[in-house]
Design a protein around this ligand. Sequence first.
Ligand SMILES: *Cc1c(COP(=O)(O)O)cnc(C)c1O
Length: 395
Amino acid sequence: MKHQKISAHTQAAHLGRDAKASHGFVNLPIYHGSTVLYETYQDFKELQNRRQNLNEVIYGRYGTPLSFALENAVAEMEGAFAAVTTSSGLAAITASLLAFVEQGDHVLVSDSVYQPTRVYCDRVLKRFGTETTYYDPLVGGQIEDLLRPNTKVVFLESPGSQTFEVQDIPAITAVARKHGVNTIIDNTWATPVYLKPFELGVDVSVHAATKYITGHSDAMLGLITAAENCYFKIRDSVRLMGQCAGPDVTYLGLRGLRSMPTRLERHYQSGLTVANWLAQRNEVMEVIHPALPSHPDYAIWKRDFSGASGLFSFIVDTASETEIAALLDNTQLFGMGFSWGGFESLLIPFDPTAYRTATEWKSKGTAIRIHVGLENPDDLIADLENGFSAMKNRH
Ligand SMILES: *Cc1c(COP(=O)(O)O)cnc(C)c1O
């Protein structure tokens, strides 16, 4: 198997297991623990030399064999040196940003980022004297013009998880590398299966494992994967802030990972089916899905990604709140709520106008983000059809 590229499906089924250490059981046990006992004084004393190792059992907060199994599996799937778990996706984002900056520094953040990332930069980083400039996600190599001598990080999210601009990752990382600036990507949308950011020159990748990795809308979990030159810095940042993920949630993360590549195939295909159907509807002005050839960044998506998840957006041709309410309240299979990446479908309206600074959100109509879950897409389409009928009746 050595020189053969192992598929994500096979990796997900086999990584992070140790039947010998688990009395033959397929899965590792959940370790509930804080204190770890050292057998001898010598063992305890020598711990100091082992503290920086990977997979070293020291104390509950620093991880258990189960969290190491999850971290190692995700790192290997994504092509990273190593990974560390956090209590949520947002915690993964904040800990990785904080690892690189100090007072007087500057960071470049994509204008299309997950909104709480932006709020963190504007409120917390600012308070500690780090300034943020938001950049047009389509900036590409021209990000060079925005670099300052004190720029420490470029933070990407591609595609943006509401508006789905696809960034030219290799163009951005080439410039950042040239200037000694680290790059972090929020890779939640594509997951380690559909985008390999380290092959494109990224240093750190963050995941809301709450989404596809856990995959069942039943846990909050974050993961950071990193290249070797950044990993220990990141792990220190996580550890020194007291970050850790609970053992039961870690178990759900590893359990979810097993089926993630298979679930994603379905999200991808059903997402395209629903997107193509929406694109034909009179009520829909635009479907914003990176894997549709009509998307302005389709060529970049095709070059860098090997698939698409079930999350995309569309613009409904109305500004009327009562009509949008009719649509949302008359779709039975689509829930309305934050988050995504679970087995179930979701719809949520959004308006990024207020939180854009580098770019302008010009779309007329009402933007709706859709998560296409694991239901049969024909049932979802019938449900959306009902929603559109109700919308028309409200007109
Ligand atoms: C949900 C989400 C996060 C935050 O993850 P939580 O686990 O909810 O904290 C970060 N980035 C993106 C793109 C997300 O969609």
